[in-house]
Design a protein around this ligand. Structure first.
Ligand code: BT5
Length: 264
């Protein structure tokens, strides 16, 4: 990966969270492109205080430090960037399996049954922005991809039963984590480059729209101040979800989305 901005790959047998590690590095002034990869996380995190589960040595757990020159309103595109790069990478490793994978807004890669294959977590820290003089503010984007765990549904803890799936299950054979990592870092380079220009950001939003199974789906959007239902119709240029409720159209920048079956 020396030809990409992601040449500084730091590997950990065990760490609390690769996102936490890179946020601390960002605070100390680390440049864009540092990558942290872990065999195991003791406190892998999801959004809103949730946790990310993966046994040691089975899955891909990594974070990248980005310093995109974009405004706060467009930061969601960093999640989009990594989700799209992960789709690209899965396509490199297994072109057939990827046809069965889509992005569920805002941050999940899901298999056609809706089971979750990967989750993305973008975190920024304005304190580190102030500390690192002259550098654009950091965004740390982490992704956990279920590569070889679960090997079968029986491996899952009760709380993930029926909700998680791995590439190994989809393909029917173990997958080389290093090959997937190399493909992901390779795919990230042009995708992250797209954050730098208006045309690039439009490409990210457009590609998101074409791979997003939330579009065209009846959804419930859970926000901190309540929920509403509607039909997801588009991805905005900033990567936000456009939902029409019949009476109004709302653009959702952050929130949990539940895909509802027709009539539910
Ligand atoms: C996410 O959060 O999906 C973001 C996950 C990001 C994990 C990566 S790993 C490397 C980096 N370092 C970190 O510390 N984190 C990042 P969210 O949308 O909140 O989903 C979390 C929910 O997904 C949990 O509450 C579980 O229900 C479910 N979950 C946990 N582990 C899972 C797994 N391995 N596969 C599928 N679902 C899982």
């Amino acid at each position: 990966m020396s030809q990409t901005r992601f040449a500084d790959v730091r590997r950990f047998e065990s760490i609390d969270s690769t996102n936490r590690y890179l946020l601390d590095e960002a605070r100390a002034g680390a440049p864009e492109g540092v990558v942290a990869v872990a065999d195991h996380q003791t406190a892998g995190r999801g959004r809103l205080g949730r946790s990310w589960e993966a046994p040691s040595g089975a899955n891909l757990l990594l974070s990248v430090l980005l310093r995109p020159a974009i405004g706060p309103g467009e930061r969601h595109l960093t999640t989009t960037t990594v989700a799209l790069a992960a789709l690209d990478a899965i396509g490199v490793v297994d072109p057939r399996a990827v046809t069965d994978v889509s992005i569920k807004w805002p941050n999940d890669l899901v298999e056609s049954s809706g089971r979750k294959l990967a989750g993305v977590l973008a975190e920024s820290d304005l304190v580190s922005a102030a500390a690192a003089d002259g550098l654009p503010p950091p965004v740390v984007v982490g992704i956990g991809i279920n590569v070889n765990w679960p090997a079968t549904d029986a491996d899952l803890p009760p709380e993930l039963a029926g909700l998680a799936v791995s590439l190994c299950q989809m393909i029917g054979a173990p997958v080389d984590r290093e090959a997937l990592l190399a493909a992901l870092l390779g795919a990230l380079e042009p995708r992250v480059g797209d954050l730098d220009s208006v045309e690039g950001r439009a490409r990210l939003a457009g590609d998101m729209a074409s791979h997003c199974s939330t579009i065209g789906t009846r959804v419930r959007v859970d926000l901190p101040d309540g929920s509403f239902e509607g039909t997801a119709t588009a991805i905005s240029p900033e990567g936000h979800l456009v939902v029409t409720t019949g009476e109004t159209t709302r653009t959702v920048a952050a929130g949990d989305v539940v895909h509802l079956r027709p009539g539910s």
